[in-house]
Each structure stands twice: as C-alpha cells, then as structure tokens.
Design a protein around this ligand. Sequence first.
Ligand code: V55
Ligand code: FE
Length: 496
Amino acid sequence: MGDVRDSVAATPGQTGILFPKEPRTFGSGGSAGGGVNRVEAEIVDCEVEGILPADLDGTFFRVGPDPQYPKPPQFAHDIDFDGEGHASMFRIKDGHVDFRSRFVRTQRWKAQRAARRSLFGMYRNPMTDDPSVAGLSRGTANTQVFFHHGKLLAFKEDSPPVVLDPTTLETIDDYYTFGGALQGETYTAHPKIDSETGDLIGFGYEAKGLASDDVEVLSVDPQGKANWHTWIKLPYACMLHDFAVTQQHIAFLTIPLVPDLERMKAGGVHFSWDDSVPSYLGVLRRGDDGANIRWFPGPALMCTHTMGAWSEGDVIHVDMDGAEVNQFPFFPVRGAQHADEGMAPGQIRRFTVDLADTTANSFKTEVLFPDVMGVLARQDDRYHTLPYRYGFMLAFGATGPCWTMVDHHTGEKSVYAPPPGSVPSEMCFVPRSKDAPEGDGYLIGIVTRKMEGGRSDLVLVDTRDLAAGPVATIKLPCRIVGQVHGFWVPGDSLPD
Ligand code: V55
Ligand code: FE
C-alpha cells in the first residue's frame, strides 16, 4: 500500500479528499465548482410554480457524470466524461412531483467506495487502472437511461447496460447482457425504440476489445428477447456515439475520433482526432447479415446525435447535429498534445443515400436550418424509425442557450429562451397525451440559475407556444446533479 497522499490527493501536499481547483481538471473546483455533486437526494412534493397539467403522468429520468473521488495527481487532468453515473428522476402524477437521485452502483463505483479512493485512471484507458480492479467493468453508466421490457437501463458506450429500479433508482444488475444475447463488451447510450414493433435496437462498438473495429448489433422485442443479432466491421475503429434506425435500415456515421493506443500507453485519454480519415455512412438492411453493410465515404464530419431517420424504399435519410471540426477538443489531435482549435456548435445535417443506385460512391449531405446552431438533437421519441416532422435542439440563440423546435414541413422554428443567467440542459419531449399528434405536448428539462448559486429548476414549456415560457416550474432548493441525457417514461408503463 502506497502513501495515502499518492492515492487520494490531486493537489500536492494535500492529504485528504480534495478536488483540484485548476480549470480543466477532473472535478475542477470540487463541491463549489458545479461539476461535482455527490449528494443523493430525495424531495417528496417539490415546490411547483405555475400549473402542472392535471393529467400529466410519468417520470423524467436523467443521468450524468458526477466524480466520486478525485483522481491521483498523474490523472488529475482526466475529462468530465469519466465521472461516475448519477441518475435522477422526477415522478410527476396528480399535480405532485417527487425528486430522487442516486449514484449508479456500478462495479467501478462499488470498488472505489470500498477503497475510499479513485481506482480507475483516465477516460476509457484501462492501462491507467489500479491493478486491484483488473477484470471489473469500467462502465460508469453516465450517459443516458431508457426504459424497455420493464427495465430502466443506464448506459455508457464502453460497457453493457446497468439495470436500475425505476421507482427507487437502486441498482439491480451492474452488468446486463439481455440474458446473454449481448456477446461483446459494449452497448451504446443511444439505442432506438421502433414505434411500430416496440423493439429496442442497439449496438456496441469496440465490442471485441480495446480499439477493435467490431460492431455488434442487437435487437430485442418488447419482452427483451433477441430477435436480430449480427456483427459489422468498420472502415476504421472510431467513436460511434449514436446511430440511426428506420423501418427498413440501420445506419452509422463514423466520427474521425479514433481509439489511440499510443496515447493510452502514455497515460492519456482513449480518443484522438484524426484528420486523415473521411467520414463513412454505413447502411444495412434490418435483419440482414452485417457482412452486407455498404459504406459510403464523404467529407469528415463530427455528428454526435441523431434527430430522426426514415427510409422511402431504397432511399435512407438521416438527420444529425454535427460540425466539420472536432466538437470534443478534450480529445487532442492525433500525434499531438494540443486540441483542434475549432470548437464549433453543430448544425442540422441531412444525410441521404439511394441504395438502388449501384453506382453511388459517396453519401449526399446538406445543412438544414442554416441559422440554427446547436447540439444534442432530439425528436418526439414516438417517431424513432419513421418519417418525422419536428426536431428539437439545445441551440445557441441571440440571447444565449435556448431550446429550439424546428418544423421540417414548414421550415418554421420556435424558441424557448430562458432569462439571462439561466442555462438550459438537454430537453426531452413529453406528448400531451398518449395519442397526441407528433410534437404536441411539452418540452421538459433542467434550467440552472447561475445567479442563484447554480440552483436547479425543472421547466415545462408547451410546444404550442414555446416563446410564452414555462407552464410550470418545479423549483428545487439546491443545485442538483448535472446530466448528459434524459428520457421520459409515461406513467402507464411504470410499476406503481
Ligand atoms: C459522449 C458522452 C460520453 C462519452 C462519449 O455526448 C460521448 C457524447 C458522457 O460520456 O463517453
Ligand atoms: Fe449522447
């Protein structure tokens, strides 16, 4: 056992638990910094300003990274994406809102809890781990949550899902493989639910080990039973954060962020930006053998999130947010220590391929709504796989960050811009009722009040009039844990 100062302190000379103050460090600023929360909270009957729709019944689940322990000094510059998953939920029913948050009890969280210190080194770099954790899952479950076949699944794209109790957020299974159907080591944070069949279609990349170019595809039915499984080879190993599913096809757009074993051996993060590779759009017919995937090259683009996707016969359309530069500059340029300079927000990009055109040798792409700059594209989740009309984005408007809704039919857009000093997180669409038309309902999400010590509110705005501002504001007495993504589950599919 080494000197305790080597293991807990990111600040030389510090002997206890203390996160470093320096910017761009893991947990920078600690308890005062905003990026560290660590409070597992419960509030029965939150304060509500305004009127919650009386028939609104469901739970808004969300998850994000929350550092459990500071890293030792040599890893103190690790990135935020490596924080332990901390899930939270707002149960809304009969005009009442109950809030709860819990760290996900991942294998990693439990090992660190027992040791009372950080044991996992840099982001997705097992070469930097404490030898005592060899063989444990590195997954943090910090990226997204989905509810399917009665299970609340928490995702991190480097590991299999973790199952949580949808009522209490207690961890039920820290390594869920869909009953053995998932054969590889990873599962995406962005599966899709087919609105027609209820199937959950997902994939894992780097599925056969660190830096592998193998992708596993798995579809399970509404009972969680596998109904399609296949393997795909990528043109090059890379980050595949999201994908697209239509009624006929699945599609992957490669991101030029590549797993970099040299960087990992040197104790760095998992990915480097490689500007020598193009992006490829790979399209595979659903149910087909992965060997039959067709790859179409095109300009290098970094597209992180799918807004919507559909097929018309042999033509597939995929809408994603993305930019022509590295949007994650904390992943440096390959062979260099420095990041790419251009930290540009994304635009909505439509990718189109006609599979009937046997001469097609590249994907077509165009920018939609050129004046909308943003990230974290979403849609009415009931329209995954189908032609769709409305998209949502966390956009950067004239007055700062805002929620923007775009109408692909009319070309119109509408905006909810919170007051100055208020920073919205990603939003989630809530249908007004089970059978409400597409896009008719509410946007729900956290707004952080910077002038009130980072206090958090959950805001509900009506999609019929976003500019009118919140219908209801669920007011919390404190800052709550941050998030990457959130997911709405209607009450009738939740246990009582
Ligand atoms: C993303 C987030 C991640 C990650 C990879 O938003 C990609 C994109 C929170 O962790 O590991
Ligand atoms: Fe994501």
